[in-house]
Write a protein that binds this ligand. Structure first.
Ligand code: DX5
Ligand code: ZN
Length: 227
């Protein structure tokens, strides 16, 4: 297992969201972003039901893993029935699988799903959407390897950052142990990354801020995002 996310980083880690990459040249773009200094790859899975968009499935994840076997794959499941996809993505090389608190009926349901992911030998993440009260996730924080706070309403890349979610990071951060990470996703770029870092986030997802720019700028952008 790849333990990249289990030790506290000195500087925030940068996770390019491949949703914004050129799918016809996916492995090239992904490799170039890692060569530019990014730490891991964020893989957005959308089912057209939990969010109003479709993105990619386990086969694509498997191909990416085959092309870049050393790349850490942080798989964000924006799906209504995550349990149906844990094993397919674990088999496809996911290092971490995160699912949304909004699809869980209860705290116990979230803990049970977490246990299923752990039993597959994969790291666990719980995700919270902007409109959802942070109180829903606080009692669960101890169970997961990572807490992901959405800073846009999920479904599309390139949306505007919602600054009100920073307060969630400030509430969650003091509860985390050194091996647990706090990730933020949506609208992160040079203008918003400093606010996220200040609020305690240590994994920053960035899609359009990286892949939306020419490749020769990526190392400079990654450096700027890291703060
Ligand atoms: C939103 C996704 C994000 C998205 C981020 O549904 O979860 O990961 O790709 O894209 P940017 O960085 O462009 O907001
Ligand atoms: Zn995401």
């Amino acid at each position: 297992m790849n333990d990249l996310l289990t030790s506290k980083p000195d500087k925030p880690m940068i996770a390019p969201s491949i949703l914004a990459a050129d799918f016809a040249h996916l492995a090239d773009d992904a490799l170039a972003s890692l060569d530019a200094g990014a730490d891991l790859l964020h893989v957005d899975i959308m089912d057209g039901h939990f969010v109003p968009n479709l993105s990619m499935g386990p086969a694509l994840c498997g191909s990416l893993h085959k092309a870049l076997p050393k790349a850490y794959l942080d798989v964000h499941l924006m799906v209504s029935d995550p349990a149906a996809y844990f094993k397919p993505f674990a088999d496809a090389g996911a290092d971490l699988l995160s699912f949304h608190i909004e699809v869980c009926d209860s705290e116990q349901h979230a803990r049970d799903l977490c246990g299923v992911v752990e039993d597959l030998g994969v790291k666990t993440g719980i995700v919270i959407n902007p409109p959802t009260d942070v109180e829903r996730v606080l009692p669960l924080v101890d169970a997961f390897d990572l807490v992901l706070v959405m800073s846009v309403n999920p479904g599309f890349g390139g949306q505007a950052f919602i600054p009100e979610v920073l307060e969630k990071g400030r509430r969650i951060k003091p509860m985390l142990k050194d091996h647990q990470r706090l990730e933020i996703d949506g609208g992160i770029g040079p203008a918003t990354a400093p606010q996220a870092i200040d609020a305690g986030f240590d994994v920053l997802v960035a899609g359009s801020a990286i892949y939306g720019k020419p490749r020769d700028q990526w190392s400079e952008i990654v450096r700027i995002l890291r703060g």
